[in-house]
Design a binder for this molecule. Structure first.
Ligand code: PHE
Length: 454
């Protein structure tokens, strides 16, 4: 087995941008705004924050600290920490990473297509059939596949350059750019006449819309957006210097991610409302691909300076997808490097091929293979469902049990306190430990059981 030393991130800012880049992704842009608007606005955000503090952040801290302590990828972590029997946790996490890469890279490919279309000013007509164009594009066999290969190729290109010159450098440029672009779109959206109604719909708390489903949605969103249970936080943790404060950087990442999600909501929902009022129609709120590839192009087409907003939006979408996919790609690449001891270059090629297999099926499942259904779902939806609801949840749950019940409390506190050198007060570290040991595993078990039963 390789020694503990490995290439590390160079700066605190770099670590934060890499973690935030991994967290901020399609989940923020196409899921959070919709979930917030549908689940009682600020009431949803409040529940989301409570669950973030009690469950998602402690789970993130767990993955991070285990990664830094073991300085290896998720499959070898239990070995390194003296519990080889727990190896199965890594298997769950790597399966989730491969499943996510299947559908995420396909959507990444779609963002490239929409970015080029927006640059070629193809979203100018508010009467165009954007729904028809989108379904025609995604169901065609070749073009989406080519875009997927290009998108995954971009990630592989960054990954070849390694941790500091590749991942860290790219994150330091991309994550702030993404912020600026989204803030600009939000400013355009709230200055449209009629946007205020949308802003109210998005943000005014309405507790009557809160139900058990709201809680499940809030917790599920927290898990997906922080990317828990796919080995990404763990691998980034393993590249982090030992003087980095794990608790602080986990909280900062979750805060940046939430801030970005709210700004994305402000960029999207008020614009939809404003344009619907202007056209005299009822605003339609879709989630997922429908929202970003069908509703928004027609909203952009009707808005002053819409061409520029469309370019900015698809540029943001592509960048957000890129930094998230990059972290998942790294989880698999590092696993290949650590297990096979191959060079990074070879591991990147292998990872590229591994990612393209499920991605090809996911892409074709939108068209020629749409009849292939497992559990009633096409391959794209199946991998989405399995990763988010089964593999990420179970890997996270086992990581929490591993940290809280199998590793020693002294070791956890030692890692969280940077071997006693960090300034974080002891009561905070003890609270984090209680959350890791009791509260977070219970929360995760509750969502998993609820999902299984309903
Ligand atoms: N957090 C990313 C998003 O919101 C997705 C992701 C999942 C990233 C798993 C890393 C690991 O889109």
């Amino acid at each position: 087995m390789k020694p503990f030393s490995r290439e590390l991130f160079g700066s605190r800012f770099g670590v934060l941008m890499a973690l935030a880049g991994s967290a901020i992704g399609l989940g923020n842009l196409w899921r959070f705004p919709y979930l917030t608007a549908q689940n009682g606005g600020a009431a949803f955000i409040l529940i989301y924050i409570v669950l973030l503090l009690l469950v998602s952040i402690p789970t993130m801290i767990t993955e991070y600290l285990i990664g830094r302590r073991s300085r290896t990828s998720i499959i070898l972590t239990p070995n390194r920490l003296g519990h080889p029997k727990m190896k199965f946790i890594g298997i769950f996490a790597i399966i989730s990473a491969i499943c996510i890469m299947g559908f995420y890279n396909v959507v990444g490919g779609w963002t490239i297509k929409y970015l080029t279309s927006s640059i070629m000013l193809q979203f100018g007509s508010d009467t165009a059939d954007y729904a028809g164009q989108f379904s025609e594009y995604i169901s065609s066999p070749y073009m989406p596949l080519i875009h997927t290969f290009i998108f995954t190729g971009l990630i592989a290109f960054i990954s070849f350059k390694g941790v500091k010159k590749g991942i860290e450098k790219a994150s330091k440029i991309i994550t702030p750019t993404l912020f600026i672009a989204t803030v600009l779109i939000a400013i355009r959206a709230i200055t449209l006449p009629g946007a205020y109604e949308g802003l109210k719909y998005l943000l005014v708390p309405d507790f009557s819309k809160v139900s058990i489903d709201t809680i499940q949605n809030a917790l599920g969103q927290g898990f997906f957006t922080l990317g828990l249970g796919a080995g990404t936080i763990l691998i980034y943790g393993s590249y982090t210097k030992s003087d980095e404060n794990i608790t602080n950087s986990s909280i900062s990442t979750a805060a940046l991610d939430l801030f970005f999600a709210i700004v994305a909501g402000i960029a999207i929902i008020p614009a939809i409302f404003a344009i619907s009022y202007a056209n005299g129609s009822t605003p339609t709120l879709d989630a997922g691909p429908q929202l970003v590839f069908v509703t928004l192009p027609s909203v952009f087409a009707s808005m002053p300076f819409g061409d520029i907003v469309a370019i900015l939006f698809f540029f943001s979408l592509a960048l957000a997808a890129l930094t998230s996919a990059m972290s998942i790609f790294e989880s698999i690449t590092a696993f290949i490097i650590d297990v096979t001891e191959k060079s990074r270059d070879k591991a990147v090629y292998i990872c590229y091929l591994i990612c393209l297999i499920p991605a090809t099926f996911c892409s074709l499942s939108q068209g020629v293979m749409s009849d292939v259904r497992i559990l009633g779902l096409n391959i794209f939806d199946l991998l989405d469902m399995l990763s988010a609801n089964v593999f990420m949840t179970l890997a996270s749950l086992f990581l929490l049990i591993f940290a809280g019940w199998i590793l020693k409390k002294e070791d956890i506190i030692d890692e969280l306190s940077n071997h006693g050198k960090a300034t974080t007060p002891m009561w905070i570290l003890s609270t984090v430990y209680i959350l890791i040991k009791y509260v977070a595993p219970l929360g995760v078990t509750a969502i998993f059981t609820y999902w299984l039963l309903f």
